[in-house]
Every structure is written in structure tokens, then in C-alpha cells.
Write a protein that binds this ligand. Structure first.
Ligand SMILES: Cc1ncc(COP(=O)(O)O)c(C=O)c1O
Length: 502
């Protein structure tokens, strides 16, 4: 594709003290730029008139240089369009090798190595069932979103195009505040809402303002690997606290690390098990935070999608002492590419939180904030959640039913009443890691639960995302997975008559 315009920005220079004729200098400069890859094939060169004016050179000298380059095949003329770096050279110019040499010669800094090791885990772009964290967006939402985007783009004023409030657009913060008060029983004022790029971003800021390197921190075990990683990369000391059917075991945390400075928890839908933190444990957690001066970071990532029973109130709503930073996201309720989320920040922490945000990336992007603000204020968000809830419930049921019908003897499927994934526990001693590998070979993406444990004894299970895939994809993929699970059961445990009955 023609790369218009870039050559206008090239640092053309002539050395008038040199004995090399100016026309020759220009020729050599274009040639060197082409051979070094700085002037890529297809790049449009300035016209001879523009080049002559820019370099204060006789036009005939430019024409002479261009003719020489033309004769040697470096550039080509296109009738009525101009002069371009020759497209015939595409793919033939060797890439400069300097970068490779530098990379080999010097070891990476320790921090760069630690981040790079995590790179292979950044796989959420995989579109195959049953990858987690994926969402569907129906035609209605696409249509409304498109219209609101056009409208917002048309009405962006000079204020929106400059530096804006690092906390986010006030209209959006008001809507988020109303939503959180009503749907999640969060105690908040619009001033406490800081619009972020999502959960990751909010947790990063929380780590910066709450903790110093070396601080002890409670994390759930099993728990959310992204948060664990963020904490480890910030040099915190992780204190994994076991999770049971009532959520994180506060008494175990108190025994292991009573002086921890913070706890990072998912009380409404524990990641990955899906259990809810019981009321007794909620109160114990808040009492510990109050008495020890610690903070709790509540990641409420998926409460929008609740399939039965009344919506659960947030932990933050029970907090009388402002010890909880509540973190939510629109990236799951709408779509991950949106990159908008929010934190509800205790008043005392607000100045630090906002400053940290400002230092990291200044502010959220104006356009998508404006679109999201309208989307919420006009009631489209509530309607979208209602439609998606029904859709995701159907997808959950399709996955559950297929797994139970085809591999019920080998799996105990936990049917979640909330969220975007389910957990199927392996009953017959099969290895979840082995099934993960085999499923991958068959084109199915799943996560072995063993991966999420740090110290607690892993309970082998499969984590399967159902939100991102239509029923028509889920049913055959689940049938294929059921066959893989059945085949993975260790032989000695399968009795002959049972095998024959199948
Ligand atoms: C536990 C948990 N929290 C939060 C998120 C959402 O993160 P973000 O808002 O950065 O996209 C996810 C997504 O997978 C998650 O699993």
C-alpha cells in the first residue's frame, strides 16, 4: 500500500561545505534511506518542485537526482500521481540487523525478565470455546453503540479534546454511582468514583497507593492469577489464604499473616470457584481491616450476570469505616475491548488515588466515556444486561446439560447462579492439566483449576467459559470435551461392567 506523506517528514539535509555536488548528495540520501528501510517501498517522495523549495536547491538538480534514482530502479514515476520508492523492492531490502545484535549482547533487567515470563499467559484473545472472559454483544447493542458513538464524536467540543478530569467524565461517574447504589448497594458519591481502564488498571493503582514493596497481602487460594501476578511484580509478599464453601477463610488469614496490609478478594463470585463470601466472613474480614488498619480491595467483576435469586449486595456496602476499595468493570458487562472500569475510593485515599492515576496515564479517553455515559443514562445498559443475562443463562444450561449427559459419571458440574464460567470437578482421578493439553489439541480451550492454587491442595477441575460462545458452538464442543474427559480416566479405576454399559 502506498505510504503517503511520510517522506515529507524525512530529515533531508545538504552539506553546502562538502565538495560533493548537491544533486549527488540528494541522490545518495534517497538511496541510503531506501536501502536502510527508512523510506519503504511505496513511499511517495516530495515533488521535484517541493523538494527544491525545501532544500533551497535548483529544481534541475533535484530532477537530475531523481532521474538517476529512476534509472537505477530505486524510485518509480506514476503518471499524474508523483514519484514513489519503487514497489519492486518490497521484500527485497534486508532488515537492519543492529537491533538483533544488541538484544543478544545485553541481558535484560530483572524486572523485564519477570514481566516477559508472564507473556505466554496473555491468551484471552483466543476465540475458541471455552475460553474465559469473553462476551457476546447482540445486534441491538451494536446498533445503539454505533449511533451513540457517531453522536458523541459529532458533539465533542474543544474541552473534550484536551486534558480532562483524571477521575473521568462527571456524567459517567454520576450514572455509575446511581447504578452501584441501586444494583450493588455500594455506598458512594459521584466524587468517589474514578473511571479507569478496567479492573487491571484499578488494581494497579490500588497497589501503588496502599502498599510498599515487601508488604504482606492476603490473596485467595485458589485465586485470580492476574491480581497475584500484579502483586508479585510489585514485590509484595503474597499470603495465600485458603477458600472453602463460604469463601476466603478469615481465621486462616489471621493465623498466617495477621499484620497483612491488604486483602484482595472477589466476595460476590469467588474467582475461580464461584462461591459467595458468607455474611459471617464478610463481617470478620471488615472487622480485621478496621482493627488492624488494613484495606480490602473488592473485585466485583461479574455481578451483572446473576441468573437466579436476588442480586447480592457488595461487601463495600457493609463497610462503616471506609476500609474497602470497590473495583468494577464495564469490560465484562459490555465487551473487553472497551477498556472502561471504575473504582469507588474511600475519601481519605482519593487524593493519592487520583494523583497515581494522573501519573500513570492522566485520564480516561473522552470519546468512549461520552458514549458509555449516554449508554448508561438512556437505559441501554440495563436493557443490554437483561438480554445478555437470558442469553448467557441458555449457554450455561447448554454446556451443563451436554456435559452431564455425556460425561456425568466423570464430572461433577457446579452450575453457577452467576458469572460467565462454570467449574466441572473431575470425579475419577483424572488430571486436569492432562485434559487441558488434550483439549487444546482438539481445538478446545479450557483452564485446569490446579493452575489457580498457590499453597492449598488443588482439587482437579476444569474451568469453562460459556459467555462468549453461541449455543450452536457450545453443544458440539462440549460433546467433544466429554469424550476427552471419559478417555482421560485412569484405567485401573474403570470397572469392566461400567465400561460395557456405556
Ligand atoms: C476476577 C476478574 N476480575 C476482573 C476481570 C476483568 O478485568 P478487566 O476489567 O481488566 O478487563 C476479570 C476478567 O477476566 C476477572 O476474571
Amino acid at each position: 500500500m502506498a505510504q503517503q506523506g511520510w517522506a515529507e517528514l524525512y530529515g533531508w539535509q545538504l552539506d553546502r561545505r562538502s565538495r560533493t555536488p548537491l544533486s549527488r548528495q540528494l541522490y545518495m540520501q534517497v538511496r541510503a534511506g531506501v536501502l536502510a528501510g527508512a523510506l519503504a517501498p511505496g513511499t511517495k517522495l516530495p515533488s521535484s518542485r517541493a523538494m527544491a523549495m525545501r532544500l533551497k536547491l535548483a529544481r534541475a538538480s533535484v530532477v537530475a537526482a531523481y532521474e538517476q534514482l529512476l534509472a537505477e530502479g530505486y524510485i518509480e514515476g506514476r503518471a499524474g500521481s508523483g514519484t514513489y520508492v519503487s514497489n519492486d523492492l518490497a521484500g527485497r531490502i534486508a532488515r537492519p540487523s543492529r537491533l538483533r545484535i544488541v538484544r543478544k549482547a545485553r541481558p535484560l533487567p530483572g524486572a523485564a525478565q519477570a514481566f516477559a515470563e508472564f507473556a505466554q499467559s496473555t491468551a484471552q484473545a483466543d476465540v475458541r470455546p471455552f475460553n474465559t472472559g469473553r462476551t457476546l454483544v447482540d445486534a441491538r447493542t451494536v446498533d445503539v453503540w454505533r449511533k451513540l458513538t457517531h453522536r458523541a464524536a459529532r458533539s465533542l467540543g474543544p474541552d473534550d479534546l484536551g486534558y480532562t478530569d483524571p477521575c473521568g467524565l462527571i456524567a459517567l461517574r454520576r450514572s455509575i454511582c446511581d447504578y452501584l447504589r441501586t444494583a450493588r448497594a455500594v455506598r458512594c458519591e459521584p466524587e468517589q468514583i474514578v473511571v479507569t481502564g478496567g479492573t487491571q488498571h484499578a488494581i494497579d493503582i490500588a497497589i501503588r497507593v496502599l502498599l510498599a514493596p515487601g508488604d504482606e497481602v492476603w490473596v485467595e487460594d485458589p485465586g485470580y492469577f492476574m491480581t497475584h501476578r500484579q502483586l508479585l511484580l510489585a514485590n509484595m509478599r503474597l499470603r495465600p489464604v485458603a477458600v472453602d464453601a463460604q469463601g476466603i477463610r478469615i481465621e486462616a488469614g489471621l493465623r498466617a499473616a495477621p499484620k497483612a496490609r491488604a486483602a484482595f478478594v472477589t466476595p460476590s463470585h469467588q474467582f475461580p470457584t464461584g462461591v459467595q463470601l458468607s455474611m459471617a466472613r464478610r463481617l470478620e474480614l471488615l472487622a480485621w481491616a478496621r482493627e488492624s488498619g488494613a484495606y480490602v480491595v473488592e473485585d466485583d467483576y461479574v455481578s451483572e450476570f446473576r441468573y437466579s435469586g436476588p442480586p447480592l449486595a457488595s461487601l463495600q456496602g457493609l463497610d462503616e469505616d471506609e476500609r474497602v476499595i470497590y473495583v468494577g468493570t464495564l469490560n465484562k458487562a459490555l465487551f473487553p475491548g472497551l477498556r472502561l472500569g471504575y473504582a469507588v475510593v474511600p475519601h481519605a485515599l482519593l487524593p493519592a488515588f487520583v494523583s497515581a492515576r494522573y501519573l500513570l496515564d492522566r485520564q480516561p479517553p473522552s470519546l468512549y466515556q461520552a458514549v458509555a455515559a449516554e449508554f448508561l443514562a438512556e437505559g441501554h445498559f440495563a436493557a443490554h444486561i437483561r438480554r445478555m443475562r437470558a442469553l448467557y443463562r441458555e449457554q450455561r444450561d447448554a454446556l451443563t446439560q451436554t456435559l452431564i449427559r455425556r460425561a456425568g459419571g466423570h464430572l461433577q458440574v457446579d452450575v453457577p447462579d452467576q458469572g460467565m464460567h462454570l467449574i466441572a470437578y473431575l470425579k475419577n482421578g483424572a488430571s486436569d492439566m492432562q485434559i487441558e493439553e488434550e483439549a487444546k489439541r482438539a481445538g478446545i480451550v479450557l483452564r485446569a483449576m490446579s493452575r489457580f492454587y498457590r499453597r492449598a491442595e488443588p482439587r482437579p477441575a476444569l474451568m469453562l467459559g460459556f459467555s462468549g460462545f453461541p449455543r450452536t458452538l457450545i453443544v458440539p464442543a462440549a460433546a467433544k470435551l466429554a469424550a476427552i474427559v471419559a478417555a482421560a480416566v485412569p484405567r485401573k479405576r474403570v470397572s469392566r461392567p461400567a465400561a460395557r454399559n456405556r
